[in-house]
Design a protein around this ligand. Structure first.
Ligand SMILES: C[S@@+](CC[C@H](N)C(=O)[O-])C[C@H]1O[C@@H](n2cnc3c(N)ncnc32)[C@H](O)[C@@H]1O
Length: 267
């Protein structure tokens, strides 16, 4: 049988609507495609900050017609790695959620542990762990929230390649790589770990099959594809920016000329 070409939606039509500074930028195309693959009824993000990853999940839910909700959980105070920040971050995220994702995005401004009681076991289809990145904090978030994820649900871990300061997500994820049967790591950017909780009905989806095939050759190709997808997104953004600048300059140039013409009495 001929190998099937993987040509994801992110390469065909993804234009991020919310663009704010975050090291998450390298994984936006994958997040967009993962939501399509999972069709999650419930997404939970631990660690939202200015919402780059969170609103990409929301955008993907809308554009892939996913009938679900997404919970953004953060104290919006910052932590030892982001450092403290003021209320303007939360206010901006709350306004954006209200204006663009009413009925989909729900913000819980609280500590992760205090939010646990709001979620039933086995209710979460997609969990993203992106709070404090020390080994102990990532382990605690994973241990506390793992029961909330349904069998067959997916857990994302950001920064699993960041070996800086006292970051330890990489170390915790390395341990999972030794024990978990369905696990994958993107190495670009600051790294993104992808784990599927055992059990569930199994999938009939090309991306999920590629992620959890256990085939290293397929994994390498998938990694390369999403490196290119991130570069492609950035190149397209730059091109759009330059086109807008050129159009702006042209418009101003045109106006400038007519102003001169008016001054000079030219016509
Ligand atoms: C790295 S940032 C999240 C980045 C975000 N996902 C993005 O797309 O850029 C981590 C956030 O987690 C929050 N945080 C860390 N530990 C927390 C905890 N135990 N409870 C609530 N929020 C926490 C911080 O306030 C911070 O805003």
């Amino acid at each position: 049988m001929e190998p099937r070409v993987y040509f994801p939606s992110s390469l065909q039509r993804f234009e991020p609507k919310r663009m704010v500074f975050s090291t998450w930028v390298d994984h936006l195309p994958f997040a967009y495609d993962l939501v399509e693959a999972l069709s999650p009824k419930m997404v939970v993000e631990l660690g939202v900050y200015n919402g780059l990853s969170f609103f990409t999940f929301c955008q993907a839910m809308v554009e892939h017609d996913v009938d679900g909700v997404a919970y953004a959980i953060d104290c919006w105070e910052g932590d030892a790695h982001t450092e403290g920040y003021d209320d303007s971050i939360y206010n901006d995220v709350a306004t954006y959620a209200r204006d663009h994702y009413r009925g989909i995005a729900y913000l819980l401004r609280t500590y992760f542990n205090d939010a646990l009681a709001h979620f039933s076991d086995g209710s979460v289809d997609l969990l993203h762990i992106d709070g404090l990145h020390t080994y102990e904090a990532v382990k605690e978030d994973f241990t506390n929230w793992y029961p909330k994820v349904r069998p067959g649900g997916v857990i994302l871990f950001h920064d699993v390649m960041a070996r800086i300061k006292d970051f330890g997500a990489w170390k915790f994820f390395d341990e999972l790589l030794q024990t978990e049967p369905e696990i994958f790591r993107f190495n670009h950017g600051f790294g993104l770990g992808v784990l599927r909780k055992p059990g569930g009905a199994g999938s009939n989806n090309q991306l999920l099959d590629l992620l959890f095939s256990g085939n290293e050759e397929e994994h390498q190709k998938l990694r390369q594809l999403y490196v290119h997808a991130a570069h492609f997104l950035e190149a397209r953004r730059q091109a759009t920016k330059f086109k807008a600048m050129a159009a702006n300059k042209k418009a101003k140039g045109g106006q400038g000329k007519s102003t001169e013409q008016v001054k000079d009495g030219g016509g």
